[in-house]
Ligand binder design. Structure first.
Ligand code: GDD
Ligand code: MG
Length: 344
């Protein structure tokens, strides 16, 4: 069988102040009426026989509101996606046995041939016993993604020659020029393939403890917090890449909504992500009036916003908080949130 594992344990700090520590981005309805998590679970049902949702303890109680029929796997402590995926994959192997796990992040907007490509990836995972990644053709030297250097194509897939997580801007430019892919952040693997790769990683003790039946809380003590990309994908020699020939975007930061415009083709429509003639994009429940303003992203919960003579900004009002940031610095909101956590 094919099992979908939806990742829903991140905080999404770059979407502050819409996402807050008790209300991460996957629970928000930023595109259309349903939350990003509910939309991801819907998609998962098209490709999988069973759906599991992986999350951290703090979010566990809220997941069923967005994924009523899914099995929720709660890792004992939030240690990023590496430990979360080792733990959930181990649990799935116990519950389901032999299968292919398709890992789906809950902050994506996809369309087009998504389900077909997932089925192809699941088949490649079963046939090759490799860790399957999905490669997106880059359109800019984005520093928020992983990059995949493909080897010679073998039809549906190519071996991964090298995997580079979140390079600096200059390196990202070189990777784009060299024809590398973006890592879509979606994976397919058999449980045995992932656990074997994690045995050669900083997560080896966790794999051994879980196999030995050590209590999960204890097994998580001393485990490093590391993403699967840095912890496993950059190290393994057993990865392949399937080209992701579908519409794809990671809605990780405010500038991403610029790319979510009505009529940009592909799959999901953007009911409330409206785009005006002057390039204004509105997200959420917001009314915008502009005078000599262009190419701004405006987001809010029940708010009326006026912009005069400004361009290329993200202006966000949520609860009692306001954020204004140039779109090209939207990645820096993460640093701001770290600072707010320290200073209040
Ligand atoms: N269960 C669990 N526990 N889930 C988590 C945790 C955790 O501690 N931390 C993050 N997640 C979930 C998030 O909710 C999200 O759905 C997914 O894991 C990916 O996390 P992001 O924080 O959005 O990762 P990213 O976008 O910076 O980078 C990843 O995705 C990119 C493409 O979207 C990487 O895989 C990159 O290589 C890739 O290019
Ligand atoms: Mg992301």
């Amino acid at each position: 069988p094919v099992v979908a594992l939806v990742l829903a344990g991140g905080t999404g700090s770059r979407l502050y102040p819409a996402s807050r520590s008790d209300r991460p981005k996957q629970f928000l309805s930023l595109v259309g009426e349903d939350s990003l998590l509910a939309r991801t679970v819907d998609r998962a049902r098209d490709v999988a026989d069973e759906v599991f949702v992986s999350t951290r303890p703090a979010f566990a109680a809220d997941v069923p509101d967005h994924a009523p029929d899914a099995e929720v796997v709660v890792e004992p402590a939030a240690k990023d996606t590496g430990p979360a995926l080792v733990y959930a994959t181990h649990r799935i192997r116990d519950a389901v046995g032999d299968c292919v796990v398709v890992v789906l992040p809950s902050d994506h907007r996809v369309g087009g041939a998504f389900a077909d490509v997932m089925r192809r990836g699941a088949r490649v995972a079963a046939e090759t016993d490799a860790l399957v990644t999905f490669g997106v053709e880059p359109t800019r030297p984005d520093t928020g993604y992983g990059y995949i250097e493909p080897g010679a194509s073998r039809g549906d897939y190519a071996p991964v020659a090298a995997f580079h997580e979140k390079p600096d801007a200059e390196t990202a430019r070189a990777y784009v020029d060299a024809g590398h892919y973006w890592n879509a952040g979606i994976f397919a693997w058999t449980p045995d393939a992932l656990l074997a790769a994690a045995r050669d990683s900083p997560l080896s003790d966790l794999v051994a403890d879980l196999a030995a039946g050590v209590d999960a809380e204890r097994a998580f003590e001393g485990v490093p917090a590391v993403s699967v990309d840095y912890g496993v994908m950059e190290r393994t020699a057993n990865a392949v890449v399937v080209p992701a020939s579908f519409e794809w975007d990671d809605l990780g930061s405010w500038d991403a909504f610029d790319r979510v415009r009505d009529g940009d083709g592909g799959g999901e429509t953007t009911d409330d992500g409206e785009s005006a003639d002057d390039g204004t994009v509105s997200v959420g429940d917001v009314t915008v009036r502009t005078l000599d303003a262009a190419d701004n992203v405006v987001a809010g919960d029940d708010v009326h916003v006026s912009l005069v003579g400004v361009s290329d900004l993200a202006v966000v009002s949520w609860d009692d908080r306001v954020l204004v940031v140039p779109k090209d610095r939207a990645q820096d909101v993460r640093t701001l949130v770290d600072e707010l956590k320290r200073r209040g």
